[in-house]
Structures are given as C-alpha cells and as structure tokens.
Design a protein around this ligand. Sequence first.
Ligand SMILES: [Zn+2]
Length: 335
Amino acid sequence: MKAAVFDGEELEIKTVADPRISDTKVLINVKSVGLCGTDIAIIKKSLPSPTPIILGHEFAGDVVKIGDNVDPKWLNKRVTSEINTNIDFSCFYCKKGKYTQCVSRKALGIDIDGALAEYIALESYLLHEIPDSISYDDATFIEPLAAAYQIFETMPLDANDKVMAIFGLGKLGLLITQIALLKGLKLIVVDSSHKKLKLAKKLGAQKVLNRFDGPYVPDWIKSLTRGLGADITIDATGNPLAIKDVIASCRTLGKVHLKSTHGLDTSINLTDAIVRELTLYTSRCGPFDKAIQGLKDGTIDVEKLISKKYPLKDIDKAIDFNNISQDHIKTIIHI
Ligand SMILES: [Zn+2]
C-alpha cells in the first residue's frame, strides 16, 4: 500500500507492506486524514518520534476486515479511532479509567505507524462509529475536537469565570472558541492572521486582537477587562514564545490552560504565576462521544475550518502549504 513515511529527514510517499490484523484488530480503509501541528512538529524534528514512521492520527475510514474475536457489528462501519493504543487495562491509570495515560500506551502516528496510508490495522476497542450525517472530512475533526472538550473536563468553571482569552486560532483554537461560546463565556481571541480573526468574530468571539496591530497584548487584554486580565487564558498557539503573554494576560487568581504540544523548550516567569496565585492546567486527549455529538447536532461547525484538501500523493505540497500560509487552519489529505 501507499503511505506517507517520515524517515527522520523527509516525509515521502512509499510503498510499504499492507498491515495485518490479529484476532482483536480490524483493518480500516482510510478515507480522510487531517494534518495536525503534531505531524508538523515531528517533521520539523522538534517533537521526537521513532523512525521510520507513518504519520497521521486525525482520520476517518471504513472497516473492511475484522479479526476472529472482534464484534461483527464493526464490519463495514464508518469509523474514527482514539489515538492511544497498546493499552494494558491494568496499570495505575487504567484502573482509574484514565486509559489515555496508560503506562504502556503508544500514540498513533507519533510513537507507532499512523493513518496517512491506504490502510491501518487497529484494536477494535479504539473505534468510534461515525454517524452517517458526518462526512469523512468533518470526522477527522473528532479527535482534535475531543481534545478541545477536554479543556473543560479538566478545568471546572466557576461563577467568576466570565472572560476567556484564547491565544492562537489554529484548528484547536477555533474549536475551543466554539465550545467556550456554548458555555456562555465572553471571548477575547489573539492571532496574527486577519482572516482567522474575522472567522472567530463570525463564530461569536466578542473581541479579536491582532498581536501585530496593537500594544503589548497583556496590556491590551487588561484594558478590556477593567485592568485585571482575563479570568482564563488558553495557549493554543504552538509557539513556545507565546506562553509568556498567555500567563501575563491572566488575572490574579485566574486559570491558565496550556494546550500546545510543540515539543520545544520554553522559559516562563513562574514567579509571576506563583505570586499572583494562578492555577496552571494542561490537558490532552478528550471525550470522543462529546465531540461526535457536537458535530452530529451541528453545535460545532468544522466546515469553515477546512482550508485545503490534497490527495495523498501531494503530501509534500500539503506540508508546504501548512508551513507557508499564515491563514491556513486545517489541511485534509484524501487517501
Ligand atoms: Zn494501563
């Protein structure tokens, strides 16, 4: 089969052996894959990954073959999957139901071969059925949308949480924008792309700030929040340098949520965070059921977030587009 393989230096389309299924696995014919900042971070070698590796973890496809011990209901189903596989179901975290942090977990397309290929073989426990009303392209948003929902699973809101500032309007930032608005938060969004800021405004963000157009962003946010800063600030930039502003823009006793996984070192003024008693949150993978429901009932719009679509053979063009275009949000690869 054809697959996009990163060999440690370059991402290339190669012909590799078809994956084989065991008794507990299914074979999926991949239809659509979304490129993620994580894929780009691996290609740029800021996020370490074993090589050679087939990248891709935001995907949708059809189950075309099932192992002997797999529930027959999965055959021919349209599916997407969780990204953490190799779960032992017995470790400290698994016993607490936190399978995404299993000590033996391997992440698809990051630690082991992923979905930028004609086929992928996966354990059936990872699967989620895609409702008919959700297209394959839209279904590639289920994994990142679940990760966006996870912010609110791990960071409970209280009566003082009224204003959220979101830094970075990539795919994740624009998904977080939509969930935060549904939760009734007032939003300040920060990016350097006028096009993305315009989209955030259209989605309902109350204030949009282009970081190149105004004063020092934390001062700007304070000027909009009675001199205090936002109750919650979110880093979804993928840029380690932005985290300083994310912390400085949060009001004293507020909440900071760090969401970018760029793999790069950063330095922050922790003393400021300590003195002002900020609470720092992080989160990763989230609830697929909520993400599927959000797409199914139409409360989350992902169509507007698709910037371009490429066939697998043009993966290098897709990566170039991702790297060059300031305005790109999400690139889809058709297999
Ligand atoms: Zn475990």
